[in-house]
Design a protein around this ligand. Structure first.
Ligand code: S3P
Length: 171
């Protein structure tokens, strides 16, 4: 486990990528990165602002750039949580498929809805009915998460620590 590669977490909004990523980074004594925070730091603005000014396409360009720069740096192994839409671009999927440890944290739409209900910084959930949006995104993205991931961990019935332990078991 000491020499385990960078752990990349993928999955929908509300899967717990940030929470689990933090737990893993503490446990492994590794640095934690969250692609959404990297995008915000690079932009000097938050995600709702980026969506408003540059549209989803502008955000996706920034996301690809952030992913590429993080994976191309010669960093020691880290823990990296990604945004739920990272798998929408084929170039991102290609990059992810070449990484040694991509973990799909899966969650039912009801869980996603519950875990995102208090969130104010997810522009895609402000357009129309959030449950319908999450359902529609799930239908498109679930196969894409599975395509890039080498490990799938179901999160619905698990406490965050148990999810983190499942990921550790897979290393
Ligand atoms: C998005 C998920 C968000 C963020 C942006 C778009 C998506 O990240 O990248 O709002 O397309 O699913 P989280 O999955 O961390 O909420």
């Amino acid at each position: 486990m000491i020499n385990a590669p960078t752990i990349i977490l993928v999955g929908p909004m509300g899967a717990g990528k940030t929470t689990i990523g933090r737990l893993l980074s503490q446990h492994l004594g590794r640095e934690f990165f969250d692609s959404d925070r990297v995008i915000e730091d690079n932009a000097g603005a938050d995600i709702p602002w980026i969506f408003e000014k540059e549209g989803e396409e502008g955000f996706r360009r920034r996301e690809t750039h952030a992913l590429q720069s993080m994976l191309e740096q010669d960093l020691p192994p880290v823990v990296l949580a990604t945004g739920g839409g990272i798998v929408m671009k084929e170039e991102n999927r290609e990059l992810l498929k070449h990484q040694a440890l991509v973990v799909y944290l899966s969650a039912s739409v009801n869980q996603q809805l519950q875990r995102t209900s208090k969130s104010n910084n997810r522009p895609l959930l402000k357009q129309g009915n959030p449950k319908d949006t999450l359902k529609r995104l799930f239908a498109i993205r679930d196969p894409l998460y599975r395509e890039v991931a080498s490990v799938v961990v179901e999160t619905d019935a698990r406490h965050p620590k148990a999810v983190a332990n499942k990921v550790l078991d897979a290393i």
